[in-house]
Design a protein around this ligand. Sequence first.
Ligand SMILES: CC(C)(COP(=O)(O)OP(=O)(O)OC[C@H]1O[C@@H](n2cnc3c(N)ncnc32)[C@H](O)[C@@H]1OP(=O)(O)O)[C@@H](O)C(=O)NCCC(=O)NCCS
Length: 187
Amino acid sequence: MSFGNSSRSSSRRPQCDVQIRWMIRRDMPEVLDIERQSFEFAWTEEDFLCCLRQRNCIGMVAERQERIVGFMIYELLKSHLHVLNFAVAPWSRRQGVGRQMVEKLVNKLSQQRRQEITLEVRETNLAAQLFFKQQGLAASNVLRGHYEDTDEDAYVMKYNLYPSDEQIIPFSLRKRVNGVDPEAEAA
Ligand SMILES: CC(C)(COP(=O)(O)OP(=O)(O)OC[C@H]1O[C@@H](n2cnc3c(N)ncnc32)[C@H](O)[C@@H]1OP(=O)(O)O)[C@@H](O)C(=O)NCCC(=O)NCCS
C-alpha cells in the first residue's frame, strides 16, 4: 500500500531520515521531555506507563542519530488504530519526522483488518489539524467538551484506506483551514 499516493500528497520539503521503532523503558526521559515541551497539559510518566501496560497499546519512537525526536502512542482496536498521543520534538519539527510517523501507522492498516486511523485534536491546535490534514486525515466529527482540563472541543480526524465522500468537515475547522468564513459567505 502506498502512502504518498498522488491523491493525498503534495510538494514537500526534503525529509530527514529517522528510524521508527518500539518504545522501550529507557526512552522515557527523552519522551517525557518532548511531551512537556509539546503540550500544556502534558502526560505524566505514570500516564504513559499506565497506558503502555494495556495489552493493545503500542508506543513507538522516531530516532535520529541516537536521539529520540518524536513518539506516538496508539491503541489497536478491532477495526481501527486510535492514536492517543503524538509529538515531535520542537527542534526537529518541519523536517518530515511527523509525516514518517503517520506513514508508519498507515503501513499497519490492511484491507482485511484495520482500515482506519482515528485521533482527536484540540480545537485550538491548528498546527496539528493542518499537519494531519496534510497527511490525508479528514475531520469527521466534533466532540463537545471532550477534555477534562479545558472547555475545548475535540475534532475527530480520520484516515481511511478507502476514503469516501461522506466525511464531514465541521464549519469552524473548514473556516480555519481555508481562511474563509462559510457563514459570512452565505449571508
Ligand atoms: C503536529 C506535529 C506532530 C507535526 O510534526 P512535524 O514533524 O513538524 O511535521 P512534518 O515536518 O512531517 O510536516 C509535514 C507537513 O505537515 C504540515 N505541517 C506541519 N506542521 C505544520 C504547522 N505547524 N503549520 C502548518 N502546517 C504544518 C506541512 O504541510 C508540512 O510540510 P512542509 O513542512 O513541507 O510544509 C508537531 O508540530 C508537534 O509535535 N506538535 C505538538 C504536539 C501536537 O500537537 N501533537 C498532535 C496532538 S493531536
